[in-house]
Design a protein around this ligand. Structure first.
Ligand code: ZN
Length: 200
């Protein structure tokens, strides 16, 4: 692996300075209130950061043979592409069809037994990654591991393959009726919208 990778302390600063991780009081599109909001597009909009983040995440899988990177659209596409660049393999993505299922379209195919790394931007429950793993398995590929820039699951992540995240964020989520930030008189920001909600 050539070039520099991010160290954990630097990473958090990068995400905070770019606005990808912001702290405060937020009403999420899920209805929960939270003290942290994560929007990876704000760091990935800078190609030089995206490239280095991809390299840093790829370095976590140095001991794993990987033929292809696959990501759930939209949130995973950029980071998957950069991880694939670092690994010198191709990057494909799964996207939702009319019935809401993640599928490989656009002529993307996998050869039987192809070793696939599934990459996403953020894990909240890991649901999209798990769904992508199932899609790859249906398409003859073999998922060998999964990676994400940020794990905000609070240690609850339970994926069916070995998983590595660059950054683990301890984030407090509250039911709105029990939110201590509201009880203290605060009004939450609403950074998400239904249209832009990602389905992690
Ligand atoms: Zn609140």
């Amino acid at each position: 692996m050539t070039g520099s990778v991010w160290q954990p302390g630097e990473l958090l600063r990068l995400f905070e300075q770019s606005g990808a991780v912001s702290r405060g009081h937020f009403a999420l599109s899920s209805g929960l209130h939270s003290d942290v909001y994560v929007q990876c597009a704000l760091v990935l909009q800078h190609p030089q950061h995206a490239e280095r983040l991809g390299r840093s995440l790829a370095a976590r899988f140095e001991g794993t043979a990987i033929d292809c990177v696959a990501s759930p659209a939209l949130g995973g596409i950029l980071v998957g592409h950069e991880v694939a660049r670092a690994l010198s393999v191709r990057a494909i993505f799964a996207e939702r069809d009319a019935s809401g299922h993640l599928t490989l379209r656009r002529g993307f195919t996998l050869t039987p037994g192809e070793r696939v790394l599934v990459v996403e931007d953020v894990w909240t429950t890991g649901g999209s990654t798990e769904e992508t793993i199932a899609t790859i398995a249906d398409g003859d590929g073999r998922v060998v591991a999964a990676g994400a820039l940020i794990d905000r699951s609070g240690g609850r992540l339970d994926l069916s393959v070995p998983a590595e995240a660059l950054l683990e964020l301890a984030i407090k989520n509250y039911q709105s009726a029990e939110c201590p930030l509201c009880r203290a008189g605060g009004t939450p920001d609403r950074p998400g919208s239904r249209q832009l909600r990602s389905s992690h």
